[in-house]
Design a protein around this ligand. Structure first.
Ligand SMILES: Cc1ncc(COP(=O)(O)O)c(C=O)c1O
Length: 462
């Protein structure tokens, strides 16, 4: 990070306007004052972004798991500009346009198995919302009108719209908005560092079968899971987990939704996370990296079997969003996928993910590092008070450690990553997929001393 310049007039006035008018998402707006500025990011280049004072940061989170191809790609932006000149907007409500058609066909080609039908959205929550509605509607059309419930996993995040929130399993995010769509049921996630009493890695999937039996199989529409669960800190599946989930879904006529809003478009080294773990979902929900976030776009990708009843006679999926499949976003997505293919971005992840993991593993000598987990370019470090007992930080300690120290300090030292305590406290890293050993070394050069300082402070506070 460059040295601190005195804040310019422009930067000062942006701060004031931001504090007065802009409502940041998931943010304590009251925490920003003259001493605690709102971070204002003004431009990006590759794996780095710059703030309004010219300070440089390594974007260790790909701008919230989005900018897979990296920042500052004029060619991707140009594809959007070219499309805007040709056809700035037309809707997917009863009309098609060439870019939506081409992109749908491209996605169908890359997606696993018979996931051939693409319903565009404007983002992740809309994709999840669409999948939950589609699951209900599918069962109604196929003679099972009571199949409405959805099984998700504890601490999982599936979005913030009221339907998606019913699947989200994070109490603090759910509670202020209850009641919402009924039917959200939760089962243990695949936190292998802290297995739920009574479960082993090989029996975790059975929790889904047990819950379906408990709820009544004729009431359950779908199971929704991420290939690697983000919230809680990158929980990977044990061997055979998703294969067993697939069997359970088939046995009970329940749709399997793979929520890949983060885990697709190369994040795990494959186009889709389901390909990494070798399972075949009925629906994939995606967003973020589909355009590397140069334009907002999401999609629900549906198997031929599930789409089939909607293609008959007078039936239709009575659902849509005006901007979904926006031509500019579709053109950008096509350019993004082209560039990822041409530049071997997935190969880069596969070639370097071990080096990324090794760098994170090398931090285990710092006593605050309890666990390192994840896959591809999607990893978390769980922070603990005592490595022997795995004792975690209580709410007050976590507040002090994550919000009071780590978040600000990592940013101040030039690393954007996530310090999160929606489950146990973790640091999450998910760099652009063009990152390699140089960026990993830069991450380490900031993360190591900051974690060492955090540990020193933990000891001092004892
Ligand atoms: C797995 C998953 N599903 C859904 C969403 C919601 O996506 P969005 O914020 O684009 O609405 C997210 C967002 O991070 C996510 O990670």
């Amino acid at each position: 990070m460059a040295t601190t310049e005195p804040i310019s007039q422009d930067a000062q006035s942006l701060q004031e306007l931001a504090r007065r008018h802009l409502w940041l998402h998931f943010s304590r707006m009251g925490a920003y004052d003259a001493e605690h500025e709102i971070p204002v990011i003004v431009r990006g280049e590759g794996c780095h972004v710059y703030d309004d004072r010219g300070r440089r940061y390594l974007d260790g989170l790909s701008a919230l798991f989005c900018v897979n191809i990296g920042h500052g790609r004029a060619d991707i932006a140009q594809a959007g500009a070219d499309q805007a000149r040709e056809l700035g907007f037309f809707t997917n409500w009863s009309y098609a346009h060439p870019r939506a058609i081409e992109l749908a066909a491209r996605i169908a080609d890359l997606a696993p198995g018979d996931l051939n039908r693409v319903f565009f959205t404007s983002g992740g929550s809309e994709s999840v919302e669409s999948a939950l509605k589609l699951a209900r509607h599918y069962h109604k059309l196929t003679g099972h009108p009571n199949k409405t419930k959805v099984i998700a996993r504890e601490v999982a995040y599936h979005g913030t719209s009221l339907g998606a929130l019913s699947a989200t399993g994070i109490t603090a995010i759910r509670q202020p908005y209850e009641p919402f769509t009924p039917g959200g049921c939760h089962v243990p996630n695949t936190n292998l560092y802290r297995l739920k009493p009574g479960y082993g890695a090989e029996t975790l999937a059975e929790a889904v079968a047990e819950r379906i039996e408990f709820e009544g199989p004729d009431t359950v529409a779908a199971v929704i899971m991420e290939p690697v669960q983000n919230a809680g800190g990158c929980f990977t599946p044990p061997d055979g987990y998703f294969q067993r989930i697939r069997e359970i879904c088939d046995e009970y006529d329940v749709l399997m939704i793979s929520d890949e809003v983060i885990c697709s478009w190369g994040r795990l080294g494959e186009w889709f996370g389901a390909q990494r773990y070798g399972y075949q979902p009925d629906i994939i929900t995606t967003a973020k990296g589909i355009t590397s976030a140069y334009a907002p776009l999401g999609a629900m990708i549906v198997s031929d079997r599930i789409a089939e009843p909607f293609l008959q006679g007078t039936s239709s999926f009575t659902h849509g969003f005006t901007f979904a499949g926006h031509p500019i976003a579709c053109a950008v997505a096509l350019a993004n996928i082209d560039a990822m293919e041409r530049e071997g971005v997935l190969d880069n992840v596969r070639a370097n993910e071990q080096a990324f993991r090794d760098m994170l593993e090398s931090l285990r000598d710092i006593p605050i590092v309890g666990d390192v987990r994840g896959a591809g370019y999607f990893h978390a470090i769980e922070l603990v008070k005592d490595r022997e007992t795995k004792a975690s930080f209580d709410d007050d300690e976590s507040e002090w450690l994550l919000r009071g120290f780590l978040s600000g300090e990592l940013y101040r030292r030039g690393l954007i990553c996530r310090a999160d305590d929606r489950g146990d406290p973790v640091i999450q890293l998910s760099p652009p997929l063009i990152a390699g050993p140089d960026e990993f070394a830069e991450i380490e050069s900031i993360l190591r001393p900051t974690l060492e300082d955090a540990w020193a402070q933990v000891q001092r506070r004892r």
